[in-house]
Design a protein around this ligand. Structure first.
Ligand code: ADP
Ligand code: MG
Length: 403
């Protein structure tokens, strides 16, 4: 990767702000889309979690922002979850300069969101449900939106938001520029591209996925009674860990059980008010707690740097969820540890899922003894571990399709 943001046509004010935030060179998807996106083309981008899609759309969004009138943003980003929407807004603000960035989502009061819209914003980051509510109240209009971004289109689709996304896009300027980003581009996402994009340039960053390729995947057979202890051992050995549970109740319980074992944990699930979720996330990102226990919906799209490991305390719903969960570690090409805790009746399903994603790990008894030392394992140490040699050794360093 030898190009620079400046050479891709990114304005100096933006590349300077990015550098202040430690971002010096574009990632592959960013380099791939930047010139077309800045030139006003529609972009359809497929790239795995952690590949840097936010800046890929965010830089053109800020660079080409048109001054907005009250209640009439000129750029719109649609996002499936509150946490992801917040994250996008935070990322954009880090280099947005004069360009005003606002964010709206459900679960919090309307007043502040209505005021921000009244004061005027160029870029509005929104979850579809709340945005429709605000439109119905006359708090915002979308006719001036010249650039729309559909982020995590596959997730929006999985969560049932596509009808709302369509209704929202229908209200934006018909000649707008449209970006669509997704980890997959099939099914409903393809239809969305067909109906809402104009001769898009498609860019894909394939499948040497940071999540699957760079991580060290373990599958442990544990009894119900051993699960909490096994989970605690991973956290103690690996450091900052996100633990996935299926239910709100289960995640609350596990959080308590971990703390009884001397592990500080914060919990994040949809049953909590937004400020509580934000606080939990902050405790974790600041390193004040060792573990973040989360349900899938709450964790969708949150980006936490340097997570040493991911534990699937309850099995994921399907292979896509496994990839999304596991993508919390080994982001941006760094190594990471991913541990699935399987009860005897869950092993068949786990094997089927392994086959879907091309993993070939043996299911073993818990072996915390040879877990990496405390702190994020680096890529080199993970790559030399014997476990990894079992994951398609021939494909290491070469491109490998993930689905
Ligand atoms: P995703 O493709 O999942 O949306 P993000 O855009 O959130 O990924 O980026 C993943 C992580 O990589 C973020 O922490 C982000 O700050 C970081 N990142 C993105 N682009 C760069 C870059 N060019 N250089 C360094 N870090 C980057
Ligand atoms: Mg993203």
């Amino acid at each position: 990767m030898s190009t620079t943001f400046a050479r891709l046509g990114v304005p100096a004010s933006i590349s300077r702000a990015l550098q202040r935030g430690g971002i010096h060179e574009p990632f592959e998807i960013q380099a791939a889309v930047m010139a077309d996106a800045l030139a006003g083309r529609d972009i359809c981008g497929r790239a795995p979690t952690g590949s840097g899609k936010t800046l890929a759309f965010g830089i053109p969004l800020v660079a080409n922002a048109v001054k907005a009138r009250s209640k009439r943003p000129t750029a719109l980003v649609l996002s499936p979850t509150r946490e992801l929407a917040e994250q996008i807004a935070t990322d954009l603000r880090s280099f947005a300069g004069e360009v005003r960035v606002g964010v709206v989502y459900g679960g919090v009061g309307y007043d502040r969101q209505r005021k921000q819209l009244r004061d005027g914003l160029e870029v509005l980051v929104a979850c579809p449900g709340r945005l429709e509510d605000l439109l119905a109240q006359g708090a915002v209009r979308l006719q001036d939106v010249q650039l729309a971004v559909i982020d995590e289109a596959d997730r929006l689709s999985d969560m049932g938001f596509l009808p709302a996304v369509r209704r929202l896009l229908d209200q934006t300027a018909p000649d707008r520029q449209t970006f669509l980003f997704s980890a997959t581009l099939d099914g409903d996402v393809k239809t969305l591209t067909r109906d809402y994009q104009n001769r898009p340039v498609t860019h894909t960053v394939d499948a040497e996925t940071p999540d699957v390729v760079a991580a060290d995947h373990r599958f442990w057979q544990v009894n119900q009674a051993e699960r909490v202890a096994a989970c605690a051992r991973v956290i103690k050995a690996a450091g900052q860990t996100i633990v996935f549970c299926r239910t709100r109740h289960g995640s609350d319980r596990l959080t308590r059980q971990l703390s009884q074992r001397g592990i500080s944990a914060a919990v994040i699930h949809g049953g909590h008010a937004q400020d509580r979720r934000t606080r939990a996330l902050r405790q974790f990102t600041a390193g004040r707690v060792q573990a973040l226990v989360a349900t899938d919906v709450a964790a969708r799209g949150i980006h936490v740097e340097d997570v040493a490991s991911v534990v699937h305390f309850d099995p994921p719903e399907d292979h896509k969820t496994y990839l999304h969960r596991s993508g919390r570690t080994a982001r941006a090409g760094r190594g990471g540890l991913v541990v699935s805790l399987l009860q005897p009746e869950q092993m068949g399903e786990a094997r089927r899922m392994q086959r879907r994603i091309g993993l070939n790990e043996a299911i073993t008894l818990p072996d915390a003894g040879d877990l990496p030392d405390q702190g994020a394992p680096d890529v080199a140490s993970v790559r030399t571990s014997s476990k990894l040699a079992m994951v398609a050794p021939a494909s290491r360093g070469s491109r490998r399709r993930r689905r």
